[in-house]
Ligand binder design. Structure first.
Ligand SMILES: *Cc1c(COP(=O)(O)O)cnc(C)c1O
Length: 300
């Protein structure tokens, strides 16, 4: 690991719940890019470039009341002077979440839709209707999960190499697989990296096919672990909660329970069960998401 690196933190040998994580480094994307830290910024870059090419300055996208994606979109829109519109799942709450409050403060127009309408977010007819309503605009899929998003995340692969992590086992949380696919492409087929995605969803075996669709040629090897979801999306098991609290107490790096906490907990479990050797360097890609910690009272 390069000693002058600012973005990579090597963990000390101080054990967490009885296990040393001294072989683990963390790529701190959570410390980059101001109000839009983490992988969502990279996914948006690809989409913003696509919008710019077409002279479009209005971006429309979708998310729930705690969406890291809408949060990053609102922040990026403010920073770049773009109009942003968030289609939010569910009725307008009496007391909006801190995420929604931030998004509104940053100028995002929030449109609340019923859960039934929200289900149509991927349908062409619905997207065409939104397109016409805010024309000219770019409608970005939920989570920034499209080819432009994948292309934006290729830069994370470059960053890992620049930071001296090119030969490590690289671990990151997987929701839609967009970031994993982008990193695999950014690293390229000649990479000796071993890329491991940790699915935060229960039984989302279709993820493998989605990532494969984006990584047909010149990509690093990758795989997805499906047994570390801790109960399902945004669910928190008592063991995960204990791990996150202990990890931050020992290493002073905050994790969120939806994504990065599950990825780091998976690393811990692989090491503690001996499935991974302590000699093999591991780098956890900290994909951000810390704004979401505000939704968990045991963290605040
Ligand atoms: C969205 C998100 C992910 C998952 O990214 P995908 O590209 O959808 O797989 C991982 N970590 C954090 C913090 C996120 O917000």
């Amino acid at each position: 690991m390069k000693s002058d690196s600012k973005l990579v933190t090597q963990l000390s040998g101080m054990p967490v719940l009885g296990v040393s994580l001294a072989s683990v480094s963390v790529l701190r994307l959570d410390l980059c890019d101001g109000n839009a830290p983490g992988n969502k910024w990279f996914k948006l870059q690809g989409n913003i470039i696509a919008a710019r090419k077409r002279g479009i300055t209005t971006l429309v996208s979708f998310g729930g009341a705690w969406s890291n994606h809408l949060h990053a979109l609102a922040a990026t829109g403010l920073a770049l002077g773009l109009r942003t519109i968030g289609i939010v799942r569910g009725e307008e709450p009496h007391s909006p979440s801190p995420m929604l409050q931030d998004a509104r403060a940053w100028g995002m127009e929030l449109i609340y839709v019923s859960r039934q309408e929200y289900k149509m977010r991927g349908e062409k007819a619905y997207i065409d209707k939104l397109q016409a309503r805010f024309d000219p605009c770019l409608v970005i899929p939920e989570g920034g999960a499209n080819l432009a998003g994948v292309e934006g995340c290729e830069a994370i692969g470059d960053l890992l190499v620049e930071e001296g992590c090119g030969h490590s086992t690289m671990v990151l949380a997987v929701g839609t697989g967009t970031t994993l696919a982008g990193i695999a492409r950014g690293l390229g087929a000649s990479s000796s990296a071993n890329l491991v995605g940790v699915s935060v969803l229960k039984g989302a075996y279709d993820l493998d096919g989605r990532v494969a669709g984006f990584t047909k040629s010149d990509c690093a090897k990758w795989k997805i672990l499906h047994e570390h979801h801790c109960g399902g999306y945004a669910r928190v098991s008592p063991a995960l909660r204990e791990f996150i609290l202990e990890f931050q107490a020992v290493h002073n790096i905050p994790l969120d329970p939806v994504y990065t906490g599950k990825a780091m907990f998976a690393v811990y479990q692989m090491l503690s069960t001996g499935q991974w050797s302590e000699d093999q360097p591991v780098v956890l890609v900290h994909t951000g998401g810390l704004q979401g910690r505000r939704g968990f009272d045991w963290l605040t």
